[in-house]
Write a protein that binds this ligand. Structure first.
Ligand SMILES: C[S@@+](CC[C@H](N)C(=O)[O-])C[C@H]1O[C@@H](n2cnc3c(N)ncnc32)[C@H](O)[C@@H]1O
Length: 167
């Protein structure tokens, strides 16, 4: 079966009807372009060391995610983290993403549940799966689901439930 993670990201973007989408790590820009096609009014922004599609219908920052966050002032409804897969970089990307997440926003992280030994290689999923152990120490709700061989984690802020005032 063809990889499903892009469809999962796109389906959630559509289901949440997001107005703004940030993708960290674009590769061939397939997912960000899918989201833009599904939601033409959604502001889409991508970050990559080398942006492969420069005339797409999205804004971008070319450089590291660290340098992007140093100068960024934008906030987003949906953030897909899929850049450097070392747990140190992924933890930094998550901490920075949480700071710029809009109210009721959602963060997705790719490569969080590798299903085969070879996927633990730094050029594949790396060791960002280690963040599964970090989540319980953060103020987040999270679930890691077995999408494709790599897995995806869905994260929201704990104090961000729409019904929080009723609890
Ligand atoms: C797995 S690919 C992204 C796939 C893409 N999200 C998709 O849905 O098709 C990872 C990308 O992250 C980029 N990358 C790796 N380390 C990075 C960093 N520190 N800052 C920005 N981009 C990075 C790589 O250049 C590569 O294009």
């Amino acid at each position: 079966m063809a990889p499903q993670f892009g469809n999962v990201v796109n389906s959630l973007a559509k289901a949440f009807n997001v107005s703004s989408y940030l993708e960290l790590g674009l590769d061939r820009c397939v997912t960000i372009q899918m989201v833009k096609e599904s939601l033409p009014d959604c502001y889409c922004f991508g970050v990559d060391l080398r942006v492969s599609v420069k005339d797409g219908d999205f804004d971008y920052y070319e450089g590291t995610t660290d340098s992007f966050f140093e100068q960024n002032t934008k906030t987003f409804d949906l953030i897909f983290i899929d850049a450097d897969h070392s747990h140190i970089s992924a933890a930094k990307d998550l901490a920075n993403a949480l700071k710029i997440l809009n109210k009721h926003g959602v963060i997705l992280m790719h490569d969080m549940d590798p299903s085969r030994e070879e996927l633990f290689h730094p050029t594949r999923c790396g060791d960002c799966y280690k963040l599964n152990k970090l989540f319980p120490t953060l103020n987040v709700n999270y679930v890691t689901i077995p999408v494709d061989s790599e897995g995806i984690t869905i994260i929201t802020k704990k104090d961000n439930l729409r019904c929080a005032h009723k609890l």
